[in-house]
Ligand binder design. Structure first.
Ligand SMILES: NC(=O)c1ccc[n+]([C@@H]2O[C@H](COP(=O)([O-])OP(=O)(O)OC[C@H]3O[C@@H](n4cnc5c(N)ncnc54)[C@H](OP(=O)(O)O)[C@@H]3O)[C@@H](O)[C@H]2O)c1
Length: 256
């Protein structure tokens, strides 16, 4: 595979770092020259990573092209490029549909959507891929989990999950702030929270048959302190409000 990237920013950096940290890191990568500083940094850090003269040179020298520009500029950037029918276009642009990308990258015949996350740089997390595509699943599967879906509406629904990270950290920050207000040193509170939540993050994989609510119930001893917090937040409709926010993100992503 001759892999090229149009758009060399945060996500491209993470994918390149992930691929080049593998034992078999021989995939050759051609980057578009923008962002110049990031592209030059990647090319100097890793073997077989080069910077093309311009975006078209990426297409002309690659068979698989990952689109990693922001959605706002995608139309302008892609309309200036000449794709070949044999190009495999992999769009990482979260908010554009496969159909929109196929229109913009005609006559390329194979168009795949993929949603990797920055933690791919460390071989963690998961990438959703639509439609199923063995070569792309194999590539991202080396960098964490690869989840292939047939249906773009399922892809869009799964994408909504990625809108919840900041809220997760706000949740941890609320606990941290509360500890600070109660005399616990900043570093000690942070260490304690980080260690506990790291352990909790392993629970679903350790018990693959258990639903999340089953895990919640395991911790929510009747009359205990976990049950109290869960009940009080449920009664205040916190989780209903959270689900409504997911609906809002879903509408935005799927434009339905
Ligand atoms: N970051 C994430 O966590 C994440 C996750 C999933 C999907 N995505 C998707 O991935 C795409 C890229 O995200 P990102 O976070 O990597 O954004 P980013 O860091 O802003 O990178 C976008 C890159 O595109 C470059 N660019 C702008 N105009 C260009 C042009 N005409 N030709 C070539 N490159 C051009 C930018 O260069 P300049 O800096 O010079 O403007 C920048 O380096 C987005 O569509 C986003 O929806 C991102």
């Amino acid at each position: 595979m001759k892999l090229g990237f149009i758009g060399t920013g945060a996500l491209t950096s993470a994918i390149v770092a992930g691929l080049k940290s593998l034992a078999d890191n021989s995939v050759s990568i051609l980057l578009s020259p923008r962002n110049a500083e990031i592209a030059a940094g990647l090319a100097s850090r890793y073997p077989d990573v080069r910077v093309a003269g311009d975006n078209q040179a990426v297409l002309d020298n690659c068979d698989t092209v990952m689109l990693a520009v922001r959605p706002q500029v995608a139309h302008e950037v892609l309309s200036e490029l000449r794709f070949r029918p044999d190009h495999h276009v992999v769009s990482l642009i979260a908010t554009l549909s496969r159909e929109e990308i196929a229109d913009m990258s005609a006559p390329a015949e194979k168009v795949t959507k993929a949603l990797p996350m920055p933690m791919i740089a460390y071989g963690q997390g998961a990438t959703i891929i639509c439609p199923p595509e063995p070569s792309i699943a194999a590539l991202f599967g080396k960098l964490g989990k690869a989840i292939e879906v047939e249906d773009e509406s399922e892809f869009d629904a799964l994408s909504v999950v990625t809108a919840t990270y900041a809220t997760y950290f706000k949740y941890l920050d609320t606990i941290h702030g509360w500890l600070k207000d109660h005399g616990v040193g900043e570093a000690r509170g942070r260490d304690y929270i980080a260690a506990l939540f790291k352990a909790l993050a392993h629970a679903p994989e350790a018990a693959p048959e258990a639903g999340f609510m089953h895990l919640a119930e395991e911790y929510a001893t009747r009359g205990g302190i976990n049950e109290q917090v869960l009940r009080e937040l449920t009664d205040r409709k916190l989780f209903d409000a959270f689900a409504q926010s997911l609906d809002g993100v879903h509408r935005r992503i799927s434009k339905t």
